[in-house]
Design a protein around this ligand. Structure first.
Ligand code: ATR
Length: 270
């Protein structure tokens, strides 16, 4: 049985073992998948032990994605642009780092939710690690432009600058957001963790498709979007399932079906 795992700290909340066990059963692949709490100061040691024990691949979550990037022997283009790795394949002791977060977001938006991104105006809130992970896959869909707005304006400007070779992306401070509608708003800030909604004009949500990368409960961003005329408000559960499906495909060369799992997880969450 091929061995997979997810490393994180904390990790008890992770749905990944449940998701990957479902994919394995569905596709008939014989794999094990466990969650492991790696100590903050010895992620590398845990990875080495896992590889020595014959592990075939692993996922990485907070706070180890940049360390996983540094440990990888080779990186995919999505890992390189994200500057972070959430999926590693082990082959002959070498680590192949990939990032499926943004791929998962785009799959959820376009395939599950039926949203066309091409030629749309997208407002992305936040310019941290989460934003870095989603920009390339979003730009690959050829939106009209991505407006990248962040509390610390200089970070938005720097990030927009480094992604401008992939498409039209402009950086702003949150206070510069205009009070007029955009097509899609993606909340990639960690403000929801503090139970707050960034202070932005309400008119921007009118008629917009609003997506929060977080999942598990209705966030302040989702409440704000619902009460300001958003056409649809969605959390990041679909992105979680789709990034897992993309990791599974990276390891096993077979893309699992996500529809049934996603609807059963949504039922549990509702
Ligand atoms: P992650 O990996 O989740 O992206 P991060 O790299 O620490 O975490 O980035 C957090 C993002 O959320 C940043 O864009 C941060 O803004 P700053 O760059 O100004 O710090 C944003 N953020 C966090 N709390 C916020 C709040 N209360 N209001 C607005 N933006 C917030």
């Amino acid at each position: 049985m091929d061995k997979y795992t997810i490393f994180g700290n904390p990790i008890h909340h992770s749905l990944s073992p449940k998701i990957h066990k479902h994919f394995a059963k569905q596709t008939g692949h014989l794999i094990s998948y466990e969650k492991v709490l790696a100590p903050l100061d010895d992620f590398e040691g845990y990875v080495k032990d896992f590889v020595i024990s014959g592990g075939r691949g692993f996922n990485v979550t907070v706070p180890f994605k940049v360390e996983a990037y540094d440990l990888s022997n080779e990186l995919t283009s999505h890992a390189k642009t994200a500057g972070a790795v959430n999926t590693v394949k082990v082959e002959d002791g070498r680590l192949f780092g990939h990032n499926t977060d943004g791929i998962g977001l785009v799959a959820d938006l376009c395939e599950n939710l039926g949203l066309a991104i091409k030629d749309k105006d997208i407002l992305v809130l936040g310019a941290g690690g989460a934003t870095k992970g989603i920009l390339l896959p979003l730009l690959e869909q050829k939106p009209a432009r991505i407006l990248l707005a962040n509390r610390t304006k200089s970070k938005a400007l720097d990030l927009a600058n480094s992604f401008s070779k992939f498409g039209k992306v402009c950086g702003f401070g949150l206070e510069q957001i205009k009070d007029k509608p955009v097509d899609i708003i993606i909340n990639a800030t960690s403000a929801s963790l503090d139970g707050v909604m960034p202070d932005i004009p309400s008119g921007v949500a009118n008629g917009a498709f609003c997506y929060d990368l977080m999942y598990g409960k209705k966030t302040p961003f989702m409440e704000w979007a619902s009460s300001n005329g958003a056409i649809r408000v969605v959390d990041g559960l679909g992105m979680l399932v789709e990034q897992a499906a993309s990791s599974f495909e990276f390891w096993r060369c077979e893309k699992p079906d996500t529809i049934d799992l996603l609807s059963s997880l949504k039922e549990i969450a509702d």
